[in-house]
Ligand binder design. Structure first.
Ligand SMILES: Cc1cc2nc3c(=O)[nH]c(=O)nc-3n(C[C@H](O)[C@H](O)[C@H](O)COP(=O)(O)OP(=O)(O)OC[C@H]3O[C@@H](n4cnc5c(N)ncnc54)[C@H](O)[C@@H]3O)c2cc1C
Length: 347
């Protein structure tokens, strides 16, 4: 058993922690936020596992790691006893008639990048109606059966409960880690030593990972009793792309903007107008929905928008998961752990 510290208990930090606990290690966690706080981008995320749709602007590695992650998520959620937080009912991609060119181009790009995308199914009005009756006003769509989602907020809450009560975990909340070194963390100017340390501070690691940047994302939560959409649905548009991600009890996450800025302040009027008018155009029942809350956060990204693993002596840094944290974290953490000395079970 090793004595391991994790700096930053956001999405990646939790996935690391769950893996290391399964291997029997002793963990000390540090986060500048509270265990149920909202500083982690992992709390803001919609949790979509869109290994095909993300390929439009990403590399094929995202697809490969995304497929692997969908298997690994089921083990992680099983560890937390929340299997229902994983859904794989596929996603719908649609557009208004004037934007069918966008829709066709989007799908052609995916097919060009990965041969498995040839299986993406084109839907006419009747087929779409059979799958999602509430999208009946749309005449054309595509269906990607392999895609799914993790209920990000349920994962974050339940993992907090689990880690806070685990006998092999000590969680220091609201503690800022000033420096992450090989085998040590610096907190309030004092060095604390461990057998191994993980730096999973997301954007908070930008002092050491110089090219790290934040990409602002805004989402709106709606309570829409008049709408029943059961699968994540993307609406393509020449200027903005929105998604609608269903949550239990007719709640929907509408997202997400993507703005090159590290500003985490509240959602702007422009973004609200774009997201809400787009969602209203998908289904008029959203007109009577209630805005439950809005959330803003920044995705930690590197220049190539690809994930980053750095392995030192007694130190692993994992970062740059950008807009793919849920899609990639389990597979990226698996890759990182396979490189380390702590890979052996119960050593
Ligand atoms: C609007 C939005 C929608 C998204 N939707 C999706 C989606 O549908 N699918 C998907 O796959 N991904 C999505 N993402 C991306 C995903 O949320 C991120 O890729 C992921 O959260 C990054 O994980 P992380 O652990 O690196 O960073 P974070 O989750 O941000 O966690 C970092 C943690 O480190 C802590 N920290 C920072 N600095 C310090 C310090 N000095 N000391 C101590 N603690 C510190 C923070 O408090 C935080 O808890 C979305 C992101 C946003 C913003």
């Amino acid at each position: 058993m090793m004595n391991i510290a994790i700096a930053g208990v956001g999405l990646v930090g939790r996935v690391v922690a769950l893996n290391l606990l399964a291997k029997g290690h002793q963990l000390t966690l540090f986060d500048e936020d509270s265990a149920y706080g909202e500083k982690s981008a992992g709390v803001t995320a919609a949790g979509m596992l869109a290994m095909f749709a993300e390929l439009e602007t990403a590399e094929s590695i995202i697809y490969e790691k995304g497929c692997r992650s969908t298997c690994l998520w089921q083990d992680l959620l099983n560890q937390l006893d929340i299997n229902e937080a994983y859904q794989q009912k596929g996603t719908i991609i649609t557009a208004h008639p004037q934007d069918y060119g966008e829709l066709e181009h989007f799908i052609e790009t995916l097919k060009f990048k990965i041969k498995d995308a040839l299986e993406i199914k084109s839907l006419n009005k009747e087929e779409l109606y059979a799958l999602e009756p509430d999208l009946e006003q749309h005449h054309k769509a595509f269906y990607i059966p392999q895609e799914g989602q993790v209920d990000a907020q349920q994962f974050m809450k339940t993992s907090s409960d689990y880690l806070l009560t685990h006998k092999h975990v000590t969680w220091h909340q609201r503690v800022k880690v000033e420096e992450v070194k090989e085998g040590a963390l610096v907190i309030n100017g004092t060095k604390k030593s461990f057998d191994w340390v993980f730096d999973t501070r997301g954007l908070g690691a930008n002092e050491v990972i110089k090219e790290l940047r934040g990409v602002r994302g805004e989402v709106i939560w709606l309570d829409a009793p008049e709408v029943t959409i059961t699968r994540p649905t993307r609406m393509l548009h020449p200027r903005y792309k929105i998604y609608i991600v269903p949550r239990p009890n007719n709640r929907y996450i509408i997202g997400a903007t993507e703005i090159e800025s590290e500003d985490k302040s509240d959602i702007s009027v422009r973004s609200s107008l774009e997201l809400l008018s787009a969602v209203y155009s998908v289904h008029s029942g959203f007109g009577e929905a209630r805005v439950v809350k809005t959330m803003t956060n920044c995705r930690p990204a590197l220049k190539d928008n690809l994930p980053f693993i750095e392995q030192g002596s007694k130190l692993t840094r994992i970062n740059g998961l950008y807009r793919h944290g849920y899609l990639l974290a389990p597979a990226i953490v698996e890759e990182a752990l396979n490189k380390g000395v702590y890979k052996h079970d119960k050593d």
